[in-house]
Structures are given as structure tokens and as C-alpha cells.
Ligand binder design. Structure first.
Ligand code: F3S
Length: 285
């Protein structure tokens, strides 16, 4: 059995930057807390915990220890609240997410209703919503466009969760235009997709054509990992999303000759290495 790795996969620059900033901060400032998980990957969270970074769920748990904002970012209210409490803040928001937040704010300030194509419960989307002064709506699917209020400003700005696929975002914009054409005077589409994610998705798509089985490695909560698995499945190849090597069941490999491996943007290299080692053990060449 042959194992083929995707050309682009694993830690993106935004996650790498966030992890490095947090490691440096714990070395310099001692124990600190992060508002939510640093990344959607339990192994990375565990490693940082050993270095003194404790994950907290909400602002209620903030005390005197420095607070890290994660790569997914937070709303403007949270930034203000942290400022008013006077605690030290290490802001590791990915610059690509910061750009989305700034666009949401700018569009709202200019009188646009802001429609964000993404999961309303995802941390990044909740944060971006919070920069638009209550004028933004998160819409997870084309079907959910029907839930938008009838009465919206006639000028609409559209953003996407950074990890969405190009194809799904294009389809979403088309559907929005078709459904509300009669009520829209201006539509501004801001491409807030992340290049790192888009490149990984393209590499996964290409790989899916070349193999007969795919493994996508990454945290179950990770949106970009989930999208990689979607991309592979949409190409018609059997795909398993796993968080770690020990989840792989030997029978999944039965009858397969070429196995592709890719990994989400928050998946560290050692998780990928462990999966490849396990695949080699289960089905040596
Ligand atoms: Fe940033 Fe893209 Fe990674 S938005 S955190 S570089 S997946």
C-alpha cells in the first residue's frame, strides 16, 4: 500500500504564530490563561498546559494572570472589557481574522448590513459578529438565507468565515443575490477566505483524485479540518477524519492501494507522523 501526503497541509502560519507567541509569553510572564482553546487541537492544548497556559471558558474566570486571545480572535466588547480590567493581554488573533473583523466594522459603520457566511457558533464568527455593532448576521448555509430578516438595509456586505471553501462561498453569494435581488441596491463581497486554507483544500482535492482512500487529521472541533474532509468526499473518495493515529481501524484499509493523508491547519507535525507510522504498521508496502 502506498501512502501519499498532500503537498500542503498541517500547521498554518496563523496557528504557528499563535502557539509561538503563547510559548514566549509563558516563558517571560509565567502562568497565564487563554480565553478558550488556543487551537482546535487537544494535543497542542495539552503541550501548552504543561508550559503554564490554562484554558478558561469566559471572562468571569479572568483574575490577575495575563490573558491570551487565541488565533480565532474575540469581539470588540471583549477587547474593551479586558482593557478596562487592566490585565496584561497577549493578542494572538490571526492577521487574516483581524482583517475580517476590520471589514465587518467598516461595513457596519458605512451603513451596510453584514452577512457572514459561516457557523454562528464558531469562535471566529462570533468574534467577527461582535465588530459589527449588532448589524451582522451569521448564515451557515444557503438554505439558512431564508432566515435573514426581511427588513435589512438595501446595501449588504458579505464576508466568509476564513476556512470556508471557495466553491461554497461563491455558491452562497450567488444564492444571496438571487433571493434578494429585488431588495438589494448594493452588494459588496469581501473575500475573507484564508489562503493557507484555500491552498490546503486545493491540495486535498488534487490528492483525492490520485488515491482510493483519504485520511484527514485534525481536531473534531476544527472547522478547516472538517472542510478538508468535505472537499475529499465531494471528489468521491472514501474519507476518514481522525484526531489521532489510534483511531484508525485496520479494516478501513482493506482493499485499498493508495492512501492519501492531509491535515488541518491546527494539526501539529507529530500527529501527522504518528498517523503515517500507524498506516505503515497496518499495511506495510
Ligand atoms: Fe489564520 Fe488561516 Fe490559520 S485564518 S489561523 S492562517 S487557517
Amino acid at each position: 500500500m502506498e501512502i501519499v501526503l498532500a503537498n500542503e497541509m498541517g500547521f498554518c502560519f496563523g496557528v504557528r504564530r499563535a502557539v509561538e507567541m503563547m510559548e514566549e509569553a509563558t516563558q517571560q510572564q509565567g502562568a497565564m490563561v487563554s480565553l478558550g482553546s488556543v487551537v482546535h487541537n487537544p494535543q497542542v492544548v495539552a503541550q501548552l498546559r504543561e508550559q503554564g497556559l490554562e484554558v478558561i471558558a469566559s471572562l468571569d474566570e479572568v483574575s490577575e494572570r495575563p490573558v491570551a486571545i487565541t488565533a480565532h480572535g474575540v469581539s470588540e466588547d471583549v477587547v474593551r472589557e479586558l482593557g478596562s480590567r487592566g490585565v496584561a493581554v497577549v493578542d494572538t488573533t490571526c492577521p487574516i481574522v483581524t482583517r475580517s473583523q476590520q471589514w465587518a466594522k467598516r461595513l457596519a459603520d458605512d451603513g451596510f448590513a453584514v452577512v457572514i457566511f459561516g457557523d454562528p457558533n464558531h469562535k471566529e464568527v462570533r468574534g467577527v459578529l461582535g465588530w459589527a455593532e449588532g448589524k451582522a448576521f451569521a448564515v451557515p448555509t444557503v438554505e439558512a438565507l431564508d432566515d435573514l430578516p426581511d427588513e435589512l438595509p438595501s446595501r449588504i456586505g458579505v464576508l466568509s468565515q476564513t476556512t470556508e471553501t471557495e466553491g461554497h462561498f461563491a455558491e452562497f453569494v450567488r444564492a444571496l443575490l438571487e433571493r434578494r435581488m429585488d431588495r438589494i441596491s448594493e452588494l459588496r463581497v469581501i473575500n475573507t477566505l484564508c489562503n493557507a486554507t484555500t491552498n490546503q483544500q486545493a491540495a486535498a482535492q488534487q490528492l483525492a483524485h490520485e488515491v482510493d482512500l483519504m485520511f484527514v487529521i485534525g481536531g473534531r472541533e476544527s472547522a478547516n479540518t472538517r472542510h478538508l474532509a468535505e472537499v475529499a468526499r465531494e471528489e468521491g473518495v472514501e474519507t476518514h477524519q481522525v484526531e489521532s493515529a489510534d483511531e484508525i481501524r485496520p479494516e478501513w484499509l482493506n482493499g485499498h492501494q493508495r492512501v492519501g493523508v492531509t491535515a488541518g491547519a491546527s494539526t501539529p507535525d507529530d500527529a501527522v507522523d504518528a498517523v503515517v507510522t500507524r498506516l505503515r504498521e497496518l499495511a506495510p508496502a
